[in-house]
Design a protein around this ligand. Sequence first.
Ligand SMILES: [Zn+2]
Length: 407
Amino acid sequence: MVNGATTSGELRAHNRVRLLRAVHDCGATLTRSQLTRDLRLARGTASVLVAGLAQDGLLHEEPAPEHVRGRPTQVPGPHPYGPLALAADVREDAWELAACELGGRVTVLDVRPHDGTPEGALGPLGEAVAAHRRRLRHRVVGAGVALAGPVRHGGLVDIAHLGWRSVEVPRFFTDAPIVGNDTAFAALAEARRGRLRDVEVGLHLHVDFDLGGVLIVRGRPLGGAGGMGAEFGHMPLTGGTRPCVCGAVGCWGMDVGANALLRHVGLAYGGGRGREQAEHVLATSEEAVAAGARALGLGVAALVNAHDPEVVTLSGHGAELYERAADSLLETYEPGLMAIRRDHPPRIECSALGWRGALLGAMESVFDAFLTPEGLDRWRENHLDQARDTPERQNVTHSTPKREKAP
Ligand SMILES: [Zn+2]
């Protein structure tokens, strides 16, 4: 008996999920024999499973690229007409929508700027998702949407500096998406296929216009009772006294990110505007960069004292601040640590996923919901009904991405 699977049918369903999960988590890089060994399957069992999954349009095997002589080694990967997760990263000034295959390959479908209102941002996104669902039909197994603010259960989001209060995200979509906070999604992706993989306790910080952070425990972001936990950017960690748009005073996030860079050089900031100017400041003003890095280091030290993580990962502008001004960051980080932590301070690392983390985390949430015996049964029924319909319309990987800002 494995995980409650008692009949041979249940055991087979359980192993189908395990195999697909393993293919997805390794990024479709392991050979069939490596997967067979890792999952402790008999060779014959693995062959039958792979054949069944291929027949259902869930997997497709390719010969391993480095193999030259003898019988080619097969690498199971995504089926060309297999399941897709639609994933969107909604930032304060633009959104990006992508189709993601099992294994994590991303094809960007659309990138659009928006005016910062819920209708202006989520209206066109909802329409784009609906259009791609119509075109890709049964291939779409779900949609995930990352947002730059705290998300309550049920998909209610607040983005203080855009004036969003309790915006009901699902009402903009024909099928309810999985809605989550961008930093929590970025941290989830980092835990699955980045620098927080196999880390027991990690701290992830994502910096865009301001700063968000979340603690990851055994691969899961700690979301709090209502889903709104870990708003580390809204803690008074730098001794500031300015009121924050969130309603608190002296928030850490006011001193780290694009808004802080703009403010430092006397430019207008706020409302999710000024990304290009902020990137210019980041590239040209050493003083503004150093100030941001020092503020980042102060807060990281406080959170390390509180949570004792093994590693701290930085994404978005956080990685750029560290790369440009590591000395300034360490100047406040090291003295901010308790003496007992200074001999072995947790390492600080840049994200392996760059700006893609939030989008990839949204994808992971969709595939987490799909990769279950029930999800695969549903796929099988729909696949048998629809697989013969004009598959060329359902292709995503040959379309040209409009923007690639991958790691
Ligand atoms: Zn605040």
